[in-house]
Design a protein around this ligand. Sequence first.
Ligand SMILES: [Zn+2]
Ligand SMILES: [Zn+2]
Length: 292
Amino acid sequence: MGVLMHLVLMRRVVVVMRPVLARMGMGVRFPAAVVFVQVLMLVNVLVLAACRAAAYVLPSGMPGPRPPETVSDGVYLVGSSDLTDGRDCSAYLIDAGELVLIDSGAGASTGQIIRNIELLGLDPARLSTLILTHCHIDHVGGAAYLKERFGVRIIMHDLDAGAVEHGDQVRTGASWYGLPLAPLPVDVKLSGAEERLSFRDGTTLACLHTPGHTPGSISVWRDRDGERVLFGQDIHGPFLPEFGADLNAWRRSMKALLKLEADVLCEGHFGVYRTKARVREYIEGYLDQYGW
Ligand SMILES: [Zn+2]
Ligand SMILES: [Zn+2]
């Protein structure tokens, strides 16, 4: 479209300017100058078109303010409010012989998350699965793009899946964030108290239903070489009625998380906590705040 507009415009310039320049005695040099300017403008239009195409593939393909981080063997932090976009939750990548992403950010920086996967030396084409810990836009916003580009299987709890499938602007927090969320089908809906998912290299991820922040919140953990990594995500809340929050359910969920005695906690917005003692301290701190 841009190229066509350019050619039409240049034709008009030639028609209008030729008699004017001829009267000024510049008629001989004029065609060569026009061709030169035309070539420059055409290059300009093509570069702009290429940039626009690149922006579609990688909405923000430049390296982020902070590089991706290795959390544990085969576990990486690839998105967060510091790494990618201020509105993003922490997005964690697990190499399980295939790539599994836990949460996808708010959607404005999905290209940067993909870029971070590449910076780790991993091929984003190996992305097979997206586990959504709950329905909020800062966790599910990138899902549609990842589905379209990589065909990822989207997994989340049945009690939060409806909000995503219907594009519920209130329950997903989309209206609060002022971000768009189109209805998106969920491929696998978890409904048990605890369900296990198996992956290509034998990795098992356990998904525990931990309602409270939302009715369908889940926490995921992985055991490897005697170390338990827990993806607890929005442990800290908030607990708002419009999100279907339930503080009593949350208290029970936090006590279930404490029983896991995880060595590493990957939180939804506040970073990574190490050693069993610090993980316990973090969760207990919120139980102290909201009541046991
Ligand atoms: Zn969140
Ligand atoms: Zn949330």
